[in-house]
Ligand binder design. Structure first.
Ligand SMILES: [Zn+2]
Length: 223
């Protein structure tokens, strides 16, 4: 028991010591986070959502598919709504594209996102980079969104496996990478993860405990 408290204390100290000097976001920004599947928002983008909420920067999460590959699309859409509520954020699972191994049509994704950007008056887009963190082709399709005038795009950095599962310890490498990054507590994201009941297999629990994406998001400016 004492060991667990020591690890938690070490993580908190590390988060304080290696916290970023400045935010990648301006207070005047309006941020649209583009994800591929319900649960991407809390598996990968939780720190970004929390960082923006803490600063009262408007943020909306748009999930492009219902995650219907196993026929659970309707359930997963409802779980997405609960997870977004857990964050106290704004979000929509639009289910415009099919969950699966096919790469999405770049023109279709770009056109759809462009419409959403105009509707939300977004100044910043946050989405996956070209590897897509887990290597899922739908994540990679999000990275291919074409440039939109006057909209800054931040691509969530994919890191190699050892870094991915080194929790807050990855701050040592993240803080020296030269990339912009945010750090946030993981508890709201843990609660949001538990809203995705249909996806809660044993290794998700391991992911919650070990993934640096529960507390750290770093961004590339090119996919
Ligand atoms: Zn996904």
């Amino acid at each position: 028991m004492i060991g667990i408290w020591i690890v938690l204390l070490a993580m908190v100290i590390m988060a304080i010591v290696f916290r970023p000097k400045e935010s990648p976001f301006k207070l005047t920004d309006r941020v649209l986070i583009i994800t591929a599947h319900p649960d991407d928002e809390c598996m990968f983008f939780g720190p970004t959502i929390l960082h923006l909420k803490m600063r009262n920067i408007p943020v909306k999460i748009i999930c492009l598919s219902s995650g219907n590959y196993d026929g659970l699309g309707q359930t997963r859409k409802k779980e997405f709504v609960k997870a977004i509520e857990a964050y106290g954020a704004e979000g929509e699972c639009v289910a415009e594209f099919d969950d699966g191994p096919e790469r999405w049509n770049r023109d279709d994704v770009s056109e759809f996102v462009k419409t959403q950007v105009a509707y939300y008056k977004a100044s910043v887009l946050v989405t996956f980079d070209s590897y897509g963190v887990s290597g899922h082709v739908n994540h990679q399709s999000c990275s291919e969104i074409k440039k939109i005038d006057k909209v800054r795009v931040l691509y969530l950095e994919s890191v190699y496996l050892l870094r991915k599962f080194s929790a807050t310890c990855d701050l040592v490498l993240t803080s020296t990478s030269g990339l912009q990054y945010v750090v946030a507590g993981s508890w709201p994201s843990v609660k949001a993860m538990f809203c995705h009941r249909s996806q809660l297999v044993w290794y998700r629990l391991l992911y919650i405990a070990m993934s640096r994406y529960m507390t750290i998001n770093s961004y590339r400016t090119r996919a």
